[in-house]
Design a protein around this ligand. Structure first.
Ligand code: ADP
Length: 178
């Protein structure tokens, strides 16, 4: 499924983000940038040790922020390590922090000359963010960014499971009307 925004396009697909042929893929990292399970583990496994070598030099990353490394052996030139919030009850600034992750990732992608970026469902795994809320924030934030910035022409949400993919599609459909 896709949506056009100005000269750009948001696309939602189901798949493994490590296989994406884009300029940058975004990692759902932790604040230590130490690697871990889920999509983080998959990216480090597929990309090889060069990514962790760079991560070690970055001194961690605040929640809501992002940092860039090489893509190592991946087809993507860069990995943008974004640190999403751990969801508690929604009253700890989680929504703003999650939106900030998407915005910072796109800002960094632009700064590095990327025109295509793929995102996973940040915070939607072990960090426990309710998927419908996270999907709405993700789609809304990316849409707003593409409306007010030129340069990135292709943003893909690459969702691992069918239910998460469907939930993101629902969010994209709702965003069409707003
Ligand atoms: P977080 O700690 O931010 O919650 P997780 O890695 O636990 O991050 O989960 C984020 C999302 O990434 C989940 O929806 C999970 O199913 C998904 N995921 C796991 N592996 C991959 C992969 N290889 N490609 C894309 N998405 C993935």
């Amino acid at each position: 499924m896709e949506m056009k925004i100005e000269d750009a396009c948001i696309e939602i697909v189901q798949g493994d983000i490590t296989r994406e042929q884009v300029d940058a893929i975004v990692n759902a990292a932790n604040s230590g940038l130490r690697g871990g399970g889920g999509v983080d583990g998959a990216i480090h496994r597929a990309g090889g040790p060069a990514i962790m070598e760079e991560c070690r030099k970055l001194g961690g990353c605040d929640t809501g922020d992002a940092k860039v490394t090489t893509g190592g052996n991946l087809a993507a030139r860069y990995v943008i390590h974004a640190v999403g919030p751990v969801y508690r009850n929604g009253k700890h600034g989680e929504a703003d922090l999650l939106a900030s992750c998407y915005r910072r990732s796109l800002e960094l992608a632009l700064q590095h000359g990327c025109t295509s970026v793929s995102f996973p469902a940040i915070s939607c795994g072990v960090y426990g963010y309710p998927i419908p809320e996270a999907a709405a924030i993700a789609v809304r934030t990316v849409k707003a960014f593409l409306k007010s910035n030129r340069g990135i022409i292709y943003v893909r949400f690459v969702l691992f499971s069918e239910d998460v993919r469907r939930t993101f599609e629902d969010a994209l459909n709702e965003a069409r009307e707003s």
